[in-house]
Structures are given as structure tokens and as C-alpha cells.
Design a protein around this ligand. Structure first.
Ligand SMILES: Cc1ncc(COP(=O)(O)O)c(C=O)c1O
Length: 338
């Protein structure tokens, strides 16, 4: 089966730039961004910071770098960041906070990734006690990847934020898919941005850019972030060709996330998954013989992600149209006898 016929639902990171995006990249005005002279990067940073109501932004190569620099801005070596045990920052980022920055992470087991502000607050350890590792920050993931794309409840985000202001604890948002949360709920990006000290948002997931994330925060923090990015080897030169893809994605591919969400609903209904558990573009299939089904689906041109021996994950994305989603549903329904 040729790749043109593949229906790839492994992730929303597998999308390829469209002809329009490639043209925008080719036409981008560029300069040396390490000198701060790339007009396209500067415009993108300013635009994304504005969308989230923050003073400044920094274009970074990946969500991982955005998260890790973000954590370093809100936490000193020897202090800890608190997050849920399924968070991307402690599951898929290779222990970076510890390896790179001497930041300790402590996790709480949540209800499927759902934020429970009181549960986290309960675990926070104070500053200035010589027995205890101080909790400098709490990290929140919205939408939650391993939580099946769940949107964090706004009242919990607000409660955490309100508490954090009087407690002197920072909040970092891993907003790799915050766009999906906003499109799904109608809560605007500035509202989410206003409930975090630092936020990393990805252009290379559902938005479909090939590379890039933006870290937003105060101007002072972003000035420090620029140094961390350089130290980590993330200072890029004529990066405007990449930023142009991000700008194009924001112009043309943000609103269409609703289509991915509809496609996820369609898959859920066809595959016997409770549609209420599917809030955005991720569908989890639990209690299935994951390796066998993934292999058999692949043989029929449908690619899915195997999260564990008993769990598969499907992520709708701009590379899979309605016909592709229906074909995947047919193939998987037959394999799963649903
Ligand atoms: C929730 C979340 N945060 C961060 C990242 C990291 O992004 P990147 O792969 O660009 O490093 C991902 C990647 O899938 C993610 O799902």
C-alpha cells in the first residue's frame, strides 16, 4: 500500500506542510534571529504573546524546550515542580528538568490527568523550611495528552491560580494543545494565558507547522529565557522560514481544529467509545489487544499509536479528511468486532 493511501492517526505531529504553508515559508522575510533581527520570528513572538495576554514570547524549536525553559524560569535548582504523574514533562521529556537544571519533580496521581487544584495544593511544600524541598511551581497540561486530550476545567485552573498568587507559587502551562482546548470550549486563549506565569504552546501539533513552539511570559522572564535557549543550542539563525509556517498555521489552520474534534467524535461513536470522554482530537481505545490490532490495521493502511499492551490512541489531524476517518473507523470496527 502506497503512503498516499495511508490514514495516519498516530499523532497530530505527523502532518506535512501544505503547498500554501510551503509558499509562505519560501517567501518569508528573514534575518539572524540570534541577533534579534528576524522580522518574521519577532512578529510571531509578539503575536503569540498577545494572544495569551503575556508581555513577550520566544520562538523555540520544540515543545520540550519550551516546557523546560519555562520550568527553569519559575523554579531554581534544588526546588521542585509539582505536576500530575501522567504529565508530558515527567513522562516524555527524558528527565530534562533534573538532568539540565537540578530541578526536582514530584507527582500526584490524578483522575486520568484531570486537574484537581485542591489535591495539588495539598502537596505543596513551603519555602524557608530547612527540612523540606520547596515547591516553586505547579505545572498543568491543557489539553492533557495521556489524559486522552481532556480539557482542564476552567474553575480548577482558576482555583489553582488564585491560590498560587497568595502562596507565592508559580504556575507553568504545558499548552502544546491549548488551541484545541480553546476551540473545544470557546474559552479564549488570553483567559488560559492569564492563569499561568509561563506557557509553552506548540505550532507543530494540531496547527500543522513542521517545527516550533512559543514560550510566553513577562518581558523579564523572556529575556532570561533567551539566554537559556542559547545555552541549550536552540538559538536559530534565519528561523523566519519556520516562523512563517507558524504564522500561516495561525491564520488558516486554527479554526479548523473543530473539524478534528468532529472526526474524533465520529471515531468514538463508531468504535464504541463514550463520546463524552472525547473532548478534543484524541480517542483512546482501552482494553484492546493493542499490538495485534495496531499491526493488523497497519496492514490495511491505517496507522494508530500503541500506548501500552492494552491501549491504542488515535489522534485526528489535518492530514486525515472525513473519508480517511471513515475508512479508519471501518477497519478498526471490523478488527475490534464493534
Ligand atoms: C502535551 C505535550 N507537551 C509537550 C510536547 C512536546 O513537544 P515536542 O515534541 O515539540 O518537543 C508534546 C509532544 O507531543 C505534548 O504532547
Amino acid at each position: 500500500m502506497g503512503t498516499a493511501e495511508l490514514v495516519d492517526l498516530r499523532s497530530d505531529t505527523v502532518t506535512k506542510p501544505s503547498p500554501g504553508m510551503r509558499q509562505a515559508m519560501a517567501e518569508a522575510e528573514v534575518g539572524d534571529d540570534v541577533y534579534g533581527e528576524d522580522p518574521t520570528v519577532n512578529a510571531l513572538e509578539e503575536r503569540v504573546a498577545g494572544l495569551f495576554g503575556h508581555e513577550a514570547g520566544l520562538f523555540v524549536p520544540s515543545g520540550t524546550m519550551g516546557n523546560q525553559i519555562g520550568l527553569r524560569l519559575v523554579c531554581e535548582p534544588g526546588q521542585e515542580v509539582l505536576c500530575d504523574s501522567e504529565a508530558h514533562i515527567v513522562t516524555y521529556e527524558m528527565g530534562a528538568a533534573a538532568v539540565l537544571f537540578g530541578i526536582s519533580t514530584r507527582t500526584v496521581v490524578s483522575d486520568g490527568g484531570r486537574l484537581d487544584a485542591a489535591q495539588l495544593v495539598d502537596q505543596v511544600r513551603p519555602h524557608g523550611n530547612w527540612h523540606l524541598t520547596a515547591t516553586a511551581a505547579v505545572a498543568v497540561e491543557n489539553t492533557h495528552n495521556r489524559g486522552g486530550g481532556l480539557v482542564q476545567p476552567l474553575n480548577q485552573l482558576q482555583a489553582l491560580w488564585d491560590w498560587s498568587r497568595q502562596a507565592g507559587v508559580n504556575v507553568h502551562l504545558d499548552g502544546a494543545r491549548i488551541w484545541n482546548a480553546s476551540v473545544a470550549t470557546g474559552v479564549d486563549l488570553a483567559t488560559y494565558g492569564g492563569l499561568a506565569d509561563t506557557a509553552s504552546v506548540c505550532l507543530s501539533k494540531g496547527l500543522g507547522a513542521p517545527v516550533g513552539s512559543v514560550l510566553v511570559a513577562s518581558a523579564e522572564r523572556i529575556a532570561a529565557a533567551r539566554l537559556w535557549r542559547k545555552r541549550l543550542g536552540g538559538g536559530m539563525r534565519q528561523a523566519g522560514v519556520l516562523a512563517a509556517a507558524g504564522r500561516y498555521a495561525l491564520d488558516t489552520q486554527l479554526d479548523r481544529l473543530a473539524e478534528d474534534h468532529e472526526h474524533a467524535q465520529l471515531l468514538a461513536k463508531r468504535l464504541g467509545v463514550d463520546p463524552a470522554t472525547v473532548q478534543t482530537n484524541i480517542v483512546r481505545l482501552d482494553d484492546v489487544p493493542a499490538p495485534v490490532v495496531a499491526e493488523a490495521a497497519k496492514a490495511q493502511g491505517v496507522l494508530v499509536s500503541q500506548v501500552s499492551d492494552r491501549r491504542l490512541r488515535l489522534v485526528t489531524n489535518l492530514g486525515v479528511d472525513r473519508a480517511g476517518v471513515e475508512r479508519a473507523a471501518d477497519v478498526l470496527a471490523e478488527l475490534l468486532d464493534r
